[in-house]
Write a protein that binds this ligand. Structure first.
Ligand SMILES: *Cc1c(COP(=O)(O)O)cnc(C)c1O
Ligand code: SF4
Length: 468
């Protein structure tokens, strides 16, 4: 890959600019990005002041305009993912079902090297580069045989393949990209324990995942490829929790907490439950998607003893919701665990209205409520995955009102360097004048709404009929 290729990476293979002007536009794009993102390194107050004019919310409003128009990927036809199907055992067809369904076998047989991967599929030159370089330095490569069977070996643009197979583009670092975009290391009060919000903590309990997502926010920790691992001793974190009565909510994440052995997980949950001020426990996991075999009846029995326990899964594309995943989620829901989903908005993977709609509707059928849709964090080497923030707002506007209210996730952007999750919403208020709000409904129709003046409790003065 040449530097020019890397430079054009942010526009992705579904290029939004014509080749002739690509270089020029790329250069302009990056110089603008570099200037604005240099602000990231200023103290938040100053950052806000400098950004003030440029990032006035006006530029983000207008949810119904299509500032960022991407050619619909009609070829993908998201509707075909609406039903739950099983991809079977692919190249492992001679492996008996009992072995295939053994989660330890799945883990032992993960594809982790260029050789093992090339045995089953043809990699593009870009992917070969990613596997030989990015996977060694940045974030390891690992794909369970189960998940591998869901990838399209013939299509490098396959939305699942792009999530787990690295490409050379990961070696490109945009000027504003960070190793620790959420500033977690800064708020770490004990090894693995991030206390940022007043009443809840994030507890990173392992560095391992069943498969690794190329855009992972915690690439610096998970997989051990960058030479960092989480300490195995939970003692100091538990001690901190015992002495901080303001913590009422503990979110276990990692890595993937459900990769811990049953006994270890049970021990940890029991320790947490012994702390009286901890009201709820949560687990963030991608196991039902990468390794549904791990959701055994024994694991479900173990988990149900620690209620109230909530689980958030991580699904980005409806093709990830297979028959196996559906059954695993059913086992969790049947032991009374409320399920939520967090998606990352990814260019060319789920940044179109149809895919996102099929995804959220399919989640509801699995009794999973969409929770957050994340703007792809500013992690090093992920420019090719990122969409404009405006696109996220447009997508939310395309769901709100058009489908079940609780199918609509909250769109969030992480304040770079430790600002936490900042919710962004399409704006349905067009103006507020003379005591009247000019509102838009989900279809874009305008309505005048007579507001009650704050100093009186009487009815509004005039009510006009709907405007055009
Ligand atoms: C996301 C996150 C939480 C949980 O946030 P909710 O909005 O309550 O889901 C807690 N701590 C940290 C550091 C987080 O990043
Ligand atoms: S499962 Fe989660 S923690 Fe693991 S690589 Fe994917 S995004 Fe990162």
């Amino acid at each position: 890959m040449t530097p020019a290729d890397l430079q054009s990476a942010p526009f992705g293979r579904f290029g939004i600019c014509p080749p002739t002007s690509a270089l020029l536009r790329t250069a302009t794009y990056w110089s603008r990005q570099a200037r604005s993102m240099a602000l990231t390194f200023l103290p938040p107050q100053e950052q806000a002041e400098r950004l003030g004019a440029r990032l006035s919310f006006d530029s983000l409003r207008k949810p119904f305009s299509l500032g960022y128009r991407r050619k619909r990927q009609q070829a993908l036809n998201p509707e075909r993912y609406r039903e739950f199907s099983s991809a079977g055992k692919g190249p492992w067809s001679d492996v008996p079902d009992t072995v295939w369904n053994d989660w330890r076998w799945q883990l032992r047989n993960r594809l982790t090297t260029l050789e093992s991967l090339s045995r089953f599929m043809e990699l593009t030159p870009e992917e070969r580069e990613g596997v030989s370089l990015a996977a060694k330095k940045r974030l390891a490569l690992a794909i369970t045989p189960y998940f591998f069977c869901l990838l399209d070996p013939k299509d490098p643009a396959c939305p699942l393949r792009r999530q787990v197979i690295p490409t050379g583009r990961e070696l490109f670092r945009a000027p504003y990209e960070l190793v620790d975009p959420c500033g977690e290391d800064r708020s770490m009060v004990a090894p693995g324990l991030v206390h940022r919000y007043p009443d809840r903590v994030l507890f990173l309990v392992t560095s391992r995942c069943a498969s690794y997502c190329r855009y992972c926010t915690r690439s610096r920790i998970v997989s051990g490829a960058s030479g960092r691992e989480l300490p195995p001793d939970y003692g100091p974190a538990l001690e901190y929790l015992r002495s901080h009565p303001e913590v009422r909510d503990v979110l276990l994440s990692g890595g993937d907490p459900l990769l811990l052995a049953d006994s270890k997980l049970e021990g940890l949950l029991a320790e947490l439950r012994r702390i009286p001020h901890i009201e709820i426990l949560r687990i963030g996991t991608r196991i039902p998607i990468f390794l549904p075999q791990r959701i055994t009846p024994e694991l479900c029995r173990l988990l149900r003893a620690f209620h109230p326990l909530w689980i958030n899964i991580h699904v980005n594309h409806p093709a990830e919701l297979t028959e196996e995943a559906r059954q695993a989620l059913e086992r969790l829901a049947d032991v009374g665990i409320p399920l939520g989903n967090q998606s990352v908005l990814l260019r060319g993977i789920n940044d179109d209205e149809e895919t996102l709609r099929v995804l959220v509707q399919k989640l509801l059928r699995c009794r999973v409520r969409p929770y957050y849709l994340y703007q792809c964090d500013l992690i090093e080497g992920t420019s090719h995955f990122r969409t404009p923030v405006r696109r996220g707002l447009e997508l939310i506007a395309s769901l709100r009102g058009h489908t079940t209210g609780f199918a609509v996730p909250q769109f969030v952007v992480e304040g770079p360097g430790g600002g936490g999750k900042i919710p962004l919403d399409p704006d349905y208020v067009e103006s507020f004048e003379n005591g009247q709000l000019r509102l838009r409904n989900y279809r874009g129709d305008a309505y005048l709404y007579p507001d009650v003046p704050p100093e009186t409790d009487g009815p509004a003065l005039t009510i006009r009929s709907n405007c055009d």
